[in-house]
Design a protein around this ligand. Structure first.
Ligand code: UN1
Length: 495
């Protein structure tokens, strides 16, 4: 495998009350998933005391920040976006080395974070509330918006800079302050975003960054100064946090798992479907909550589609993500890959048919973080298919599970099975089927003739059923979580 020269590990620092400082808890080492012996960044985790200081700083900074004109808040986001753009080549490479996605995806994600900051900077200038007529003379009714206060932000490893950007940017522009805990596997990219915002002129205490594992998340969730909590991660953890937040009356927004289907109907353009299913299932090594995980295909075109997918996968290179020839890097670490391997084997033991398994590097005898692209087919018999764990469980890896159906209605019914409802992709040229899909599919996002993943910064993002909880993210919708309204009945005292 080719790879870049290995730079010295970066030194991780917490950001509390505007000061970069070393953590004092357990060591934190971020390793390169393609070469785990290489340390990308190192430092120490935060203590619960650090979380406490972070909340004290966030709460103290809140009043002044909320009173800062929104144009000034936005200007800081714009400067941070410029810094990310200017450093995109370096940060993108660091992202690939820390998280494992390809060089193109790494740079693309840094640019996407910049784009999100720019969008949300402008979003602050949109209307701040509404005015209603009153049934009483000489009265108006206004609805104004205020920030929640000090919000907790807990982010996953798989989009180490874009997801934090799409939570932190609207939090800040709408006048909140932030205590942020990124996934422990990607602290360097978190530090890069915090550095950009800090250098751009964010006042002390407005953004605080702490690293640590689960208990630190609980310290955030249980903090008395916590005014709102936004989380992306697994459905299990999201529901625990939501229960804790609800128990304390703290508003919460959670983006959680997915088991997203691509529905390929009999009339689909199969070239488009094959291209898009490939990207949806295997880009970022399948580690997206929006990844295509189920392939529901009309029996009349199934063999043809599979042949086209296999033909494409023959050229799909798995390896070091910093190598520009590579299409798919490793999973986040070897344990994650081992879990996916076990899941695939369990599905085969339960009767799934392995219809494709590609090649992956064999650097450590199958014990490493690399996995090949894999396609499983479930039996045509519904009971047998639905007794198989591969139909229900989110692999969070490069595994596609296929079922054959006859007709659009069966495809819709199967796509709706299960606890998740994040996104679906439907491939058809028939407007009638597209309209039916809009009605029938219980998802937060529907793609027509494009892959199931992807999220533009200016439109709502989030899922139905067990995939989402609370208001949607991104676009104008983000304001619904990061502000609360006050209804003002307004009359003159002398009227
Ligand atoms: C995308 O599809 O580009 O964790 C974004 C995730 C999602 C983000 C997906 N919250 O994978």
């Amino acid at each position: 495998m080719t790879q870049d020269t290995h730079p010295a590990p970066a030194a991780l620092r917490l950001l509390i009350n505007g000061t970069w400082q070393e953590g004092t808890s357990a060591a934190l080492i971020s390793a390169n998933p393609a070469h785990p012996e290489q340390t990308v960044a190192e430092g120490r985790q935060a203590t619960e005391d650090d979380v406490d200081r972070a909340f004290a700083a966030a709460a103290a900074a809140g009043g002044q920040w909320a009173r800062t004109p929104v144009q000034q808040r936005g200007a800081i986001l714009l400067r941070a976006a410029e810094l990310l753009e200017a450093g995109a080549a370096q940060f993108g490479k660091e992202l690939s080395r820390e998280e494992g996605k390809t060089a193109a995806e790494g740079v693309g994600e840094v640019r996407r974070a910049a784009q999100i900051l720019r969008y949300q900077a402008a979003e602050g200038e949109h209307q701040a509330g509404e005015v209603f007529h009153s049934p009483r003379p000489a009265e108006k009714i206004l609805v104004t918006r205020k920030p929640l206060g000090a919000v907790g932000v807990i982010t996953p490893f798989n989009f180490p800079i874009a997801i934090p950007a799409w939570k932190i940017a609207p939090a800040l522009v709408h006048g909140n302050t932030v205590v942020w805990k990124p996934a422990s596997t990607v602290p360097l990219l978190a530090m890069r975003l915090a550095e950009a915002l800090h250098k751009a002129g964010l006042p002390d205490g407005v953004l605080n960054l702490v690293y640590g594992s689960g208990p630190l998340g609980s310290a955030i969730t249980q903090h008395t100064k916590l005014a709102g909590l936004t989380f992306t991660g697994s459905t299990g953890v999201g529901r625990q946090l939501a229960a804790a937040a609800a128990g304390r009356g703290v508003p919460m927004q959670a983006e959680m798992g997915g088991k997203n289907a691509a529905l390929v109907l009999a009339d689909a353009d199969l070239e488009t479907a094959a291209d898009q299913v490939l990207l949806g299932a295997f880009r970022s090594t399948g580690q997206k909550c929006t990844a295509t995980s189920r392939l529901i295909v009309d029996g009349s075109v199934a063999d043809d589609l599979i042949a086209r997918l296999k033909a494409r996968l023959e050229f799909w290179v798995v390896g070091d993500p910093t190598d520009p020839e590579v299409h798919m890097g490793p999973l986040i670490h070897a344990e994650a890959a081992a879990e996916v391997r076990r899941g695939v084997q369990a599905a085969i033991d339960q009767g799934a048919h392995l219809i494709y398994r590609g090649a992956a590097p064999e650097s450590s005898g199958g014990q490493d973080a690399f996995l090949p692209a894999t396609i499983l087919e479930l039996p045509r018999d519904a009971d047998a298919a639905e007794a198989n764990s591969a139909w229900w469980d989110e692999f969070f890896g490069p595994v596609l599970t296929m079922r054959r159906v006859s007709g659009a209605q069966e495809a819709f019914d199967l796509a709706n099975q299960g606890e998740f409802g994040l996104t679906s992709a439907i491939f058809t040229e028939d407007v009638g089927h597209i309209l039916e899909a809009m009605e029938e599919l219980d998802v937060g996002i529907l793609h027509v003739n494009s892959e199931s993943a992807g999220a533009d910064p200016h439109v709502p993002f989030g899922g139905a059923k067990g995939s989402g909880y609370g208001p949607k993210e991104q676009g104008q919708a983000a304001k619904d979580f990061f502000t609360h309204t006050t209804t003002v009945y307004l009359r003159s005292g002398s009227s």
